[in-house]
Design a protein around this ligand. Structure first.
Ligand SMILES: CC(C)(COP(=O)(O)OP(=O)(O)OC[C@H]1O[C@@H](n2cnc3c(N)ncnc32)[C@H](O)[C@@H]1OP(=O)(O)O)[C@@H](O)C(=O)NCCC(=O)NCCS
Length: 410
């Protein structure tokens, strides 16, 4: 079976998390993704947070599957020549170096466009134009500057970073979408184009509903928030749902740190929910009669619900509430997720064999295309495909490659 991006070649000059996650998605869609790394050390994540000495870290191996890997010293003249040749033969170049790094290497958009007018040149930076433009950025900095941190956590605690890597992996998905759109547009224009994303802008997109609430705040309290009448900015919402239906994380039997069930109260399930928790009396109480009335009593309602959830294990509570149509889900910890049989069966958690570390688990592709199935394969070792890629694409003899390697170009 063919793949969505079969025949598309991607030069992957990405590092750390945001770029590699994007190009991994392109690889899963069938693109030939060639990761280009500096000789000797490679992507810094190969050696960061290592769990096994001398072996590519899980940080690297979980973010760089299904790619080929070459090393090129792009600060050497010969390395630059090789990259130019590869650019001429590729469809997409993706990079997420600090601002100005590509220009300093001599690979400006103008130069790349001149080398290959069909090339899509995709860049991820921390920030768009403005005072932050030249700043480097990491996940938490994007969350801090994009509205995620100020709205996450509890109101009596500090701004909090989300466990979900919305700045890095979240923006990788934005970048993936943008590259797909550019590839599609190229089918009619024949031209490549410049694709740019700033991590902060992607966070803003993900914080859209918080900016909705900022404007609601001018016209009255935010009833669904733990503190409906904060100061002049949207407060940290704790575990409030953020949507039009109120929700909360409720403790369950067991008392462990993740023995919680998240429950959303839709108007249409209020009656069966009240009966389930043994509070049918609320159905006759005018104070709880409408969703608006209940909004002002959320604290009481969640306390009553929690009295019931505390008598149940989280999965049992889920089964009972799900059976009567109440939207809910157990809080799952990372051990439960990696061992989850459903996630293993669906391919969301997959085992991959790696020549240095052996078998490890990774997270598979979060979407599926019926005509473009994904099979997750391991990440490349540093420079593993130097000879393969350069002989295949440039048709250079092996002794020339040995000379370039000895000269420090790769
Ligand atoms: C992530 C980040 C903070 C890391 O900063 P850093 O470790 O100092 O790395 P930089 O990107 O600044 O620099 C990379 C350097 O390696 C060089 N380099 C990269 N690949 C190379 C290669 N194959 N050969 C030779 N040099 C190479 C670059 O030219 C650059 O050199 P320069 O500083 O002399 O211009 C920074 O890259 C950044 O802000 N990126 C944009 C936002 C981002 O992606 N954040 C992280 C998301 S996970």
């Amino acid at each position: 079976m063919t793949k969505a991006f079969e025949g598309i070649r991607v030069l992957d000059m990405t590092h750390v998390q945001a770029g590699p996650v994007c190009t991994q998605l392109l690889a899963w869609m069938g693109a030939d993704v060639i990761k280009i790394e500096p000789p000797g050390r490679g992507d810094v994540t190969r050696s960061q947070l290592r769990d096994l000495p001398g072996v590519d870290s899980l940080y690297f191996t979980m973010l760089n599957c299904n790619k080929r890997g070459i090393t090129l010293n792009l600060k050497s003249d010969e390395g630059k020549v090789i990259l130019e040749e590869l650019v001429r033969r590729s469809d997409v170049l993706v990079e997420n170096f600090a601002p100005g790094a590509m220009d300093r290497l001599g690979f400006t958009w103008e130069r790349l466009h001149e080398l290959n007018p069909r090339l899509i040149f995709a860049s991820l930076k921390g920030f768009g134009p403005g005072v932050l433009e030249d700043a480097k950025a990491y996940e938490a900095i994007a969350q801090a500057t994009g509205g995620a941190m100020s709205t996450t956590g509890f109101e009596d605690g500090p701004p909090t970073v989300s466990g979900a890597q919305v700045g890095d992996s979240g923006n990788a998905v934005h970048l993936f979408g943008a590259i797909c759109a550019a590839l599609y547009q190229r089918t009619s224009t024949g031209r490549g184009q410049r694709v740019q994303i700033a991590m902060r802008d992607g966070i803003l997109n993900l914080c859209r509903v918080k900016l909705r609430d900022q404007q609601r705040l001018q016209h009255g309290p935010l009833a669904e928030y733990p503190n409906p009448t904060p100061g002049d900015a949207v407060p940290r919402a704790g575990n409030a749902s953020g949507g039009g239906q109120p929700g909360s994380a409720l403790r369950c039997k067991g008392g462990g740190p993740n023995d919680y069930l998240y429950v959303v109260i839709q108007p249409q399930v209020w009656e069966p929910l009240a009966r389930k928790i043994g509070r049918a009396d609320l159905l006759d109480d005018p104070e709880y009669a409408t969703p608006d009335k209940r909004l002002s009593r959320l604290r009481d309602i969640f306390a009553m619900l929690e009295e019931w959830t505390l008598t149940q294990e989280k999965w049992e509570a889920f089964r009972q509430l799900n059976a009567i149509g109440v939207p809910c889900g157990p809080v799952m910890d990372t051990r439960e997720l990696l061992d989850d049989p459903d996630l293993a069966a669906s391919g969301m958690v997959v085992e991959v064999d790696h020549p240095e570390r052996g078998v490890f688990k990774t997270v598979g592709c979060p979407f599926s295309l019926s005509d473009s199935p994904v099979q997750v394969t391991r990440s490349p070792l540093l420079g593993e495909h130097n000879v393969e890629v350069l002989t295949e694409l440039l048709d250079w003899p092996e002794d020339e490659l040995e000379r370039l390697s000895a000269a420090g170009a790769m």
